[in-house]
Ligand binder design. Structure first.
Ligand code: PHE
Length: 352
């Protein structure tokens, strides 16, 4: 009987050695330690042995059982660590491989310029006022002192919306940000009709003109309007603020000049030039040999416009200005064609 147990042990260990999978181990466990395995059969037959034989056989059978179980556990561990090793090798992450680059977006050059302008005016105490893109003729023209058929309208050919209800007050895409002046003033004077507080705002936004598209003109472009209304605001406030703006925006040494001009909604009106920052005023192709670059239109708010906004022109004065950020960016970066701004060509946009 003892020899038989030796044989059982030897056979089982031999069968275990070459196994390589978990399923094989399980089959081996059933065959060698399961209820009907030769070893277990020995246990069930212990009772039939003589009293003298029983203890030795029993002890040996337990020993074999312990050894087989230990061998199974050891084998299991080996298999598991082999599997881990294999997984580590085959599923290894090569962290030295460069990752796939994600395309990173950026702000449009005009947005960057707008933010720069807003920051400079923000530092000077101006708030941002947003106004609508779609306007009534009344706001875009009439309240700004452009009566119907006024020749100044010829400068701003417009996109009218079909099916406007009132033929005397058609709906159009705003041709400039100036109608926002009326909206802003009216919003404040509606709240404080007797003693409206002063205003210091900029009004950025898209404008639309029915133009022949060329390197110099587009049908859509942004403008930044400015409006200051208060007691005893004078033309020197306008000059000082805008000259300071030009220095903060284009460099401390930039000089500016004002030329008389005309806008129906400002009186007096002016255009402001800054010294050409490409040639420093010497004259070059960017400034067309003049040494100056035209930057914006401006003037003192016309009394009728103040009145249309609800401000009493006997008590209040103000100034307004309007500039094109595309133009500023165009000059700054020497961009040759204004059509690049809205044609969505990444080769252009990625340069800024
Ligand atoms: N709205 C004018 C334009 O589009 C610019 C301007 C604004 C001029 C405010 C004076 C004051 O040309």
């Amino acid at each position: 009987m003892l020899a038989k147990l030796d044989q059982i042990e030897q056979d089982a260990l031999e069968a275990l050695a070459p196994l390589t999978t978990e399923e094989q181990l399980e089959a081996w466990r059933v065959a060698n330690l399961g209820r009907s395995s030769p070893l277990m059969v020995v246990f069930t037959h212990l009772g039939q042995l003589s009293k003298e034989e029983r203890p030795a056989i029993g002890r040996r059978a337990n020993e074999v059982k312990g050894e087989l179980e230990a061998a199974l556990n050891a084998k299991n561990e080996v298999l598991q660590s082999d599997a881990l090793q294999r997984a580590l090798e085959t599923e290894r992450l090569d962290v030295t491989l460069p990752g796939r680059e994600l395309p990173v977006g950026r702000l449009h050059i005009v947005t960057q310029t707008l933010r720069e302008i807003a920051r400079v005016f923000g530092d000077m105490g101006f708030q941002i006022y947003r106004s609508r893109d779609v306007e009534y003729d009344e706001y875009n023209f009439q309240l700004l002192n452009f009566p119907p058929n006024h020749p100044a309208r010829d400068m701003q050919d417009s996109f009218y919306i079909e099916g406007s209800v009132d033929p005397d007050n058609p709906i159009l895409l705003r041709t400039h940000t100036s109608p926002g002046q009326i909206h802003a003033m009216r919003e404040i004077t509606a709240q404080y009709p007797h003693d409206p507080p002063p205003i210091r705002i900029i009004l950025p936004g898209m404008c639309y003109r029915y133009e022949q598209i060329s390197a110099r003109s587009e049908v859509q472009f942004t403008q930044v309007e400015g409006l200051a209304v208060g007691h005893s605001i004078t033309f020197s406030d306008l000059k000082g603020t805008l000259s300071d703006f030009a220095r903060r925006m284009f460099g401390q040494s930039v000089r500016s000049r004002f030329r008389a001009s005309h806008f129906p909604f400002t009186e007096p009106s002016a255009e402001m030039d800054i010294e050409c920052f490409v040639c420093g005023g010497e004259g070059c192709s960017v400034c067309k040999q003049t040494g100056w670059l035209e930057l914006l239109g401006c003037g003192m708010v016309h009394p009728t416009v103040l009145l249309n906004g609800g401000y009493d022109p006997h008590k209040y004065t103000g100034y307004a200005f309007g500039m094109g950020p595309e133009r500023a960016a165009l000059l700054r970066h020497r961009i040759e064609d204004i059509r690049y701004f809205w044609s969505n060509d990444l080769r252009f946009l990625e340069q800024f």
